[in-house]
Design a protein around this ligand. Structure first.
Ligand code: CAA
Length: 261
């Protein structure tokens, strides 16, 4: 097994599936896995033929059961800071990628695994998935953005309940609080994720990228400033051939063929 096998890459037309592949450790994220994920993300970001990404975990037990506890056990302050910065850098690649990334959560998404799902654009999950930020049970706190992204997504009080109890939650509960968009039977999850990815891949790539960016960025700003940014992004779409194609195709009653330009 090479380092690149730690994150598998499968291409189906314009959709790439990335699979974190360390099933014996429930796909826990150590340095090698994080670096392999970073390389895969750089590849798909640079490939203009790829228009949507599905991220999942190998095997039927886990999406990712967290950062690797064995790797962290002996860390000191500087190692821990470097590890958090590495993890945050890799997760930020997903946030900044100008393509949709769909998390297909097929099992445990705990700690760093939950944080990995949180940074994706859409979370779909199997009915058997389990979510949580159990770091306080290990004497630490989430280090890959979990305290901040979860609070922004589900609100301060619910996030504090999650982070400060360290409890593990069912897929149903994760959906109830808005973390998961849709639940699927385990055998249907990948088809559902791929079908969502294919649908997004058929839309205007520039528009998708702008939509993703403006939602992420706008959530960090006051509403009035975010709406101004949205207007500018809307106008940028009118610099593209895809805008002409999308609107012309509608008026000509035919499917649009987008190029991303
Ligand atoms: N790191 C390293 N190894 C892990 C792991 C992790 N996060 N999670 C599971 N494993 C390993 C186990 O050590 C075990 O390995 P061995 O077979 O060699 O003993 C193997 O995966 C299978 O796990 P279990 O035997 O524990 O399986 P289980 O069904 O009894 O329990 C589980 C499953 C509830 C997910 C349990 O494994 C567990 O609690 N894992 C840890 C979850 C966790 O605390 N994650 C947060 C990590 S801290 C973090 O992520 C920090 C951050 O924010 C950056």
């Amino acid at each position: 097994m090479t380092q690149d096998d730690l994150v598998l890459h499968a291409r189906d037309g314009a959709v790439v599936t990335l699979t974190v592949n360390r099933p014996k450790a429930l796909n826990a994220l150590n340095f090698d896995v994080l670096h392999a994920l970073g390389r895969r993300l750089d590849e798909v970001a640079a490939d203009s033929e790829v228009r949507a990404v599905v991220l999942t975990g190998s095997g039927d037990r886990a999406f990712v059961a967290g950062a690797d506890i064995a790797a962290m056990q002996t860390m000191g302050y500087l190692d821990a800071l470097a590890f958090a910065q590495l993890g945050n850098g890799i997760l930020t690649k997903i946030e900044q990628m100008r393509k949709p990334v769909i998390a297909a959560v097929n099992g445990f998404a705990l700690g760093g695994g939950c944080e990995l799902a949180l940074v994706c654009d859409v979370i779909l999950a199997s009915t058997k998935a389990k979510f949580g930020l159990p770091e306080v049970s290990l004497g630490v706190i989430p280090g890959f953005g979990g305290t901040q992204r979860l609070a922004r997504l589900i609100g301060r009080n619910a996030a504090k309940h999650w982070v400060m109890t360290g409890d593990v939650y069912s897929a149903e509960e994760a959906q109830r609080i808005g973390l998961v968009y849709h639940l699927h039977e385990p055998g249907d999850l990948m088809d559902a994720a791929l079908s969502t990815a294919r649908k997004m891949a058929m839309r205007g790539p520039f528009a998708l990228a702008e939509a993703k960016h403006i939602i992420n960025r706008g959530l960090q700003l006051p509403l009035s400033a975010a709406i101004e940014l949205e207007a500018a992004a809307f106008a940028r779409c009118f610099l593209t051939a895809d805008q002409r194609e999308g609107m012309t195709a509608f008026l000509e009653k035919r499917p649009a063929v987008f190029t991303g330009h």
